[in-house]
Write a protein that binds this ligand. Structure first.
Ligand SMILES: [Mg+2]
Length: 117
């Protein structure tokens, strides 16, 4: 269906694991495989454009917040993660490992990281 993933299985057809129990890597694989199946990776991705599309989802979240539309706010946050997971999947980034590394770094930083806000 989607040509497989880095974890070696197609998340579209995986039946043994509920969606809510997917690991971060599996979420990346799922989001990337869906984006690939919809043609978003048919040509080489422009990374700057892909990053700015993440920002557009955050902006949509801001608009939903301004309208006090909680359902849409949650959906836009989901869109943000979907675009990030797709990008990580497409670039072969182990974002779970990167997040864990950065959390360890952050634990050693000072209060408010030495800034006022
Ligand atoms: Mg959106």
């Amino acid at each position: 269906m989607c040509g497989g993933t880095r974890t070696g299985m197609c998340p579209h057809t995986r039946k043994d694991l509920p969606m809510s129990k997917l690991s971060v890597q599996e979420m990346c694989d799922l989001c990337h495989s869906i984006a690939k199946s919809k043609g978003f990776w048919d040509e080489k991705r422009n990374i700057g454009e892909a990053l700015m599309l993440v920002v557009t989802e955050l902006a949509e979240g801001m608009e939903a917040h301004r309208k006090q539309d909680a359902d849409n706010f949650r959906e836009e946050l989901a869109d943000t993660f979907i675009r990030l997971f797709d990008l990580c999947g497409g670039l072969g980034i182990d974002i779970e490992a990167e997040i864990m590394k950065k959390c360890e770094k952050n634990k050693l930083r000072p209060y408010k990281h030495g800034k006022i806000c």
